[in-house]
Design a protein around this ligand. Sequence first.
Ligand code: DAH
Length: 346
Amino acid sequence: MLENLEKIKQQFSEELNAVNSNAELEKIRVSFLGKKGLVTEQLKNLRDLTPEEKKTAGMQVNKLKNEIEQAIVEYQKTLEEKEYLQEIENSEHYDYTIPGGRGAGTLHPISIVQKQIEDIFKTMGFIIEDGLEIQTEYNNFEAVNIPKNHPARDMQDTYYLDNGQLLKTHTSAAQNAIMKKYGAPKTGEPLRVLFPGRCFRNENLDASHENTFFQLEGIMIGDDISISNLIYFMKVLLSEVFERDVKVRLRPGFFPFVEPGFELDINCEICEGSGCPTCKHSGWLELLPCGMIHPNVLRMGGIDPDKYTGFAFGLGLTRLAMMKYNIKDIRLFNSGNIKQLRQFTR
Ligand code: DAH
């Protein structure tokens, strides 16, 4: 009987090597492990043995059975891989030399607005920077005057990474690094930097809340920067973007990194002020929070607050694109729905 097992094993491996398809593999499985299969026959033969013989022979037949089962599973994986490679081999090749045309891509509406604002600010002497998306807790919070346990942290439900870092909740997270990079203005020319970026917060999604959105932040620091500079730049910004006069209102607002702080709201373009879900039925949209940079923030950025002042603003870029293109649902932006997004692009 033992000799038989060796033979069966030999025969199996020879037949397996010749297998080229799942169907052939199944045939082999049946001929060895099926009801009348070679291995099954051996199991049946055990009946005729003495209890002593049965014990050792039974162990060996079962061992062979397991080996064959295992080998079939392994071989199936090899076959799948082969099939996959074959499929790739047979698939049509993409021809990169075919000229583009109707299929050419367009810019995303957010990129269009971002570029437009960058262009305006570049002509006014601003440098464009892009801050990191993964930030330290220090940069995102402490360095902009939001220490641990400050209630302002509750407003920004944050995605923390395992290593203690986080996905930046606002573009203000780049302020400290930018101040340290450029330092206090040396030539009398104020420091002017614009830094757009993607931000992340754990939000319940609805027509005006997304967990991934874009902001665009700017700072201007010099020895004579005042609120009137701030208001001037904000007005230029909005009238250039909307290419006409937009109704705005300025009201006090609290942000730990500015003092005083303001909320600059624009009249909701979607309902023209009569109230809709996008503006939470108030007729106004908070669009441009801003203020004079808090002395603590300047100090932490290595700039002497007794010598210099500055303003900062944090524009909701996604929201601005909604206003400009009359998009009612913020979820469209990250939806990947090209048909819908295309209608806004030139
Ligand atoms: N970082 C703030 C936020 O996301 C927005 C902001 C407000 C930025 C006022 C500023 C500012 O620079 O001055 O909620």
